[in-house]
Design a protein around this ligand. Structure first.
Ligand SMILES: [Zn+2]
Ligand SMILES: [Zn+2]
Length: 112
């Protein structure tokens, strides 16, 4: 699974996948789902440690500055507030797709 096209559309990111699926992500949503340890917490010995409390809003935090490809693994997002440690693997990015089809699919997976 990988993206064949990533396009910025206003406040959204459009990702076209190699299976033809199209995902839309609001930039604010993408930032909320940032997979880095300081946003999502760290898993140590199987236990999830919550990240330190971050301010609710920092100026520019939902403004995407750059998306840098990381080999064939995924993309790294850089945000205007200087946060750039989040690397979205293709699998992760696909799993947070907001369409009904994917939501149903990945929710079912989590329940297993
Ligand atoms: Zn982060
Ligand atoms: Zn989807």
């Amino acid at each position: 699974m990988r993206a064949t096209q990533i396009k910025r559309e206003g406040n959204e990111l459009l990702v076209v996948w190699d299976d033809g699926h199209r995902s839309h992500y609001g930039l604010e949503y993408l930032r909320q789902e940032c997979p880095c340890a300081s946003c999502k917490g760290e898993v140590i010995f199987g236990k999830v440690y919550a990240p330190p409390k971050l301010p609710m809003f920092t100026p520019g935090m939902n403004e995407l500055v750059a998306l840098t490809p990381v080999g064939s693994y995924g993309v790294q997002a850089a945000w205007k507030d200087g946060h750039d440690t989040g690397i979205y693997s293709w699998a992760y990015l696909r799993s947070i797709c907001t369409c009904e089809e994917c939501k149903a699919k990945y929710a079912a997976k989590e329940a297993l």
